[in-house]
Design a protein around this ligand. Sequence first.
Ligand SMILES: Cc1cc2nc3c(=O)[nH]c(=O)nc-3n(C[C@H](O)[C@H](O)[C@H](O)COP(=O)(O)OP(=O)(O)OC[C@H]3O[C@@H](n4cnc5c(N)ncnc54)[C@H](O)[C@@H]3O)c2cc1C
Length: 415
Amino acid sequence: MAIDFTLEPEIEELRLKVRAFVDEVVKPGEAQIGALDTGVERDDYIRILLEMRQQAVDAGMWLPHMPEEWGGMGLGHVGLAMVQAEAAKSGWGPWVMNCQAPDEGNMHTLLHWGTDEQKQRYLKPLCQGTTMSCFAMTEPEVAGSDPTLIQTRAYEDGDEWVISGHKWFISNAHRAGFAILIARTEDDPDLPQAANTAFIVDLPSEGWTEVRQIETMHGSTGHSEIRIEDLRVHQDQMLGGRGQGHLLGQYRLGPARLAHCMRWIAQAETALDMMVERSLDRYAHGSLLAEKQGIQWMIADSTMELYQGKLMVLHAASKIDAAAVDSTVDFKSEVSMAKHFVANMLGRVIDRSIQVHGALGYSTDTPLAHMYQHARWARFADGADEVHQMRIAQRTIAAWKDHGSTRTATGDLPL
Ligand SMILES: Cc1cc2nc3c(=O)[nH]c(=O)nc-3n(C[C@H](O)[C@H](O)[C@H](O)COP(=O)(O)OP(=O)(O)OC[C@H]3O[C@@H](n4cnc5c(N)ncnc54)[C@H](O)[C@@H]3O)c2cc1C
């Protein structure tokens, strides 16, 4: 049995290249954009972003999650974990490298489920960075945690589908060139999960109305409420088969959840770095904060939790890679456990870092306050904590019933 956490030399080289790119190109660009509130013009803002993107393309730092034939870096999930974690050391890193949510998940979905024509029309420009996309599933009237409740309806009319419904929290919808829209098409499916179908909708389209961008605790940043009334799409716009909307959503969420974890690990590491740096600078009651046991406990707890999160993400990524060559490998539980743990760990580490910074941490003079606001959604989006816990518990109980032991449910490790 080999347990070796060293990276293959070419992946390690790539990781360092991404780190240097983020330090030398993205962070300085981000600092310029940070001046937006204090007077950077919108044209300058766009120009800075697009220049950074061009530099990413030139440096081969583009689409880490896509195969080479689509202009990507052709990495497995372990390699991807490294690159994503480095990219997310800066808030704009994933966008600059064109691996940001929700486009990243939509690219996976189109690659796997799209017809050749759909790939040319939608995936290609997404990969080239000339368009953006959104994924429209959640509805205000029913629990987003349970997609079998979706009320948006699509019915067939000749060679078209006519769709009506109501969506909200659709990230990127304001800017997107197209949406992947989930609607109910089946009245009486064999399985409740097989009621929904995915459609690709060109935006703007008649029948698709953006009601508002929803103001959230981190501001109004492009999560839209959408009214859909008699929206017509040609049957060629169906993505995957009839009744496969849930399957497609699940397929999309596996790697997408892990990609979130990688970005969250980067954020938690930044918060811990800042916590330590501050504790070595700040003097109170006769010593530096770093010399006080209460502060050391916060540093130690954060260190241990970050270590746990990294191990979980690496293991889940290695299982996704293994599943690509052996379809009997199941990674759902590992991804669920990693998502739940890392989402919660992120909030705790940022919270401790704010504590160590005192009033400075509460101000917007450091990135911590914004990081904290962003971190809150991690605990219910892409699977609420309790839903992951429900699934994890179900698998643990099933393992006990099947094998008389819970061992396979705890990562199926040889321990
Ligand atoms: C910033 C942001 C961006 C988003 N982007 C998108 C997007 O691009 N596209 C999209 O379609 N959606 C998006 N969403 C919506 C997100 O996916 C939903 O918020 C999520 O699926 C939860 O659904 P809900 O909000 O309806 O909560 P509900 O389903 O109503 O759940 C509320 C709470 O109920 C509890 N709960 C639910 N089920 C169980 C259970 N079985 N057992 C115990 N407790 C339970 C949990 O505590 C949960 O947090 C986004 C949300 C946010 C905040």
